[in-house]
Design a protein around this ligand. Sequence first.
Ligand code: HEM
Length: 124
Amino acid sequence: TSEESFYDLIGGEDAFKRLVHRFYEGVAEDPLLRPLYPEEDLTGAEERLRLFLIQYWGGPNTYSQERGHPRLRMRHAPFVIGEAERDAWLKHMGDAVESLELPEEQHQKLWQYLVYAAHSLINA
Ligand code: HEM
């Protein structure tokens, strides 16, 4: 039980805050992605993605306490996500991951998951 989670390893809540904040700065300026987000204020979307990623990587499970089971494919069904949307999402997430300046191994582990997850959410 004393095993350190990937969440702790890369810097805990602070790292995920910086990651997701940087990502949404990109989304806010993106003409393809921004219109997909239903809320005018991206703060709620930012919080949901941050809490999800924190939980996924072994941090507190606040996401599921607030939102229930993630069911990401179902939750993305209302949005048309083709290859262009996936690539735009990954472009901003790639910039955000790079901004963390993690050691190579951690960077790759985080990035490979995000690429896989983004590919799995294509629905159009
Ligand atoms: C929610 C778009 C990929 C995790 C959303 C929302 C949109 C969106 C428009 C609604 C925003 C809101 O919560 O108000 C996209 C697009 C993607 C993508 C275009 C491109 C492939 C991903 C990936 C992940 C992810 C790869 C996880 C690694 C989430 C989560 C939520 C969310 C956790 C909130 C779900 C909830 O609790 O309601 N996404 N997304 N998304 N997305 Fe994505």
